[in-house]
Design a protein around this ligand. Structure first.
Ligand code: NDP
Ligand code: 8X3
Length: 252
């Protein structure tokens, strides 16, 4: 029987690449995000290319009623979730602490901490009675270090790191694996979103680098998700070869 993966943020970047990777390996996939049109297009591609079952669910992770309605109204067969890829998130702006927009801060806190936790809790409640499951959380190198003008984004990703540790402890009696993946610079829609459509600013992030791409992260997540039952990668930092951490890059 096919396993089931539930992916947030599947309309772009890492989430979309994970949907393709897991579908290509015979997982049934629940794909979620706010952009219904993209979910429908992806569902069609996955169904036609990989012949797996696909369930698209459009909701905003910031809205706790939408999160619980989406998870609780899953058809019974879809409630047997083997892997949650808790990936939806964003950076909004990159400004000095005294200049940053409070709306940007609210968006990041509401999405990357609160929405992230709403999804993880709702799905963990389906895993606990089964005493099985794997939660894979997307942190960042910004979960490990704080860089200039990263203030609130780094804080939200530090929270992902802390919540991943907390989940791992509290879900231990149910043998639910919790893995936190912490990527460095990866060329997805992330920077275009962060700089609000300013492509020049977005492209500058990757200048002189061969950055990670979404498929690199999907491969890594798939590897973590398919290790033997008794093995759990707890915490994994991954950067491109030209990046050492948040501060050191060797740009050409
Ligand atoms: P993308 O911008 O390419 O994709 C982000 C995804 O998150 C989209 O599918 C978007 O869907 C979804 N999303 C954003 N806000 C919400 C919301 N409120 N409700 C539901 N879904 C939402 O970014 P990446 O794929 O690069 O990023 C994925 C994760 O990885 C994020 O948590 C990011 O912080 C983290 N990360 C990214 C890095 C990078 O350099 N790219 C490096 C380290 C970590 P939609 O807009 O349709 O709702
Ligand atoms: C995204 C990577 O370095 O822009 O989390 O914070 S970084």
């Amino acid at each position: 029987m096919n396993k089931t993966v539930f992916i947030t943020g599947a309309t772009a970047g890492f989430g979309e690449a994970c949907a393709k990777k897991f579908a290509a390996n015979n997982y049934n996939v629940i794909i979620t995000g706010r952009r219904q049109d993209r979910l429908e297009q992806l569902a069609e591609v996955l169904t036609q290319t990989y012949s797996v079952a696909v369930l698209p669910l459009a909701f905003d992770v910031r809205n706790r009623e939408q999160v619980s309605a989406a998870v609780n109204s899953l058809p019974e067969a879809w409630k047997q979730i083997d892997v949650l890829i808790n990936n939806a998130g964003l950076a909004a702006g990159k400004d000095d602490f005294d200049q940053a927009s409070l709306d940007d801060w609210d968006t990041m806190v509401d999405t990357n901490i609160k929405g992230f936790a709403y999804v993880a809790q709702a799905v963990s409640r389906l895993m606990v009675p089964r005493k099985r499951g794997h939660i894979i959380n997307l942190g960042s190198v910004a979960a490990k270090q704080v860089y200039a003008q990263g203030n609130m984004y780094c804080a939200t990703k530090h929270a992902v790191d802390a919540l991943s540790q907390g989940m791992r402890i509290d879900l231990l009696p149910y043998h639910i694996k919790v893995t936190a993946i912490h990527p460095g610079a990866a060329n997805t829609e992330f920077s275009t979103v962060r700089f609000k459509g300013d492509r020049i600013a977005a492209d500058k992030v990757y200048e002189g680098l061969i950055p990670l791409i979404a498929e690199d992260i999907a491969e890594t997540i798939f590897y973590c998700a398919t290790l033997p039952e008794h093995v759990c990668i707890n915490d994994l930092v991954i950067t491109c070869t030209q990046q050492a951490d948040c501060f050191y890059y060797d740009r050409e």
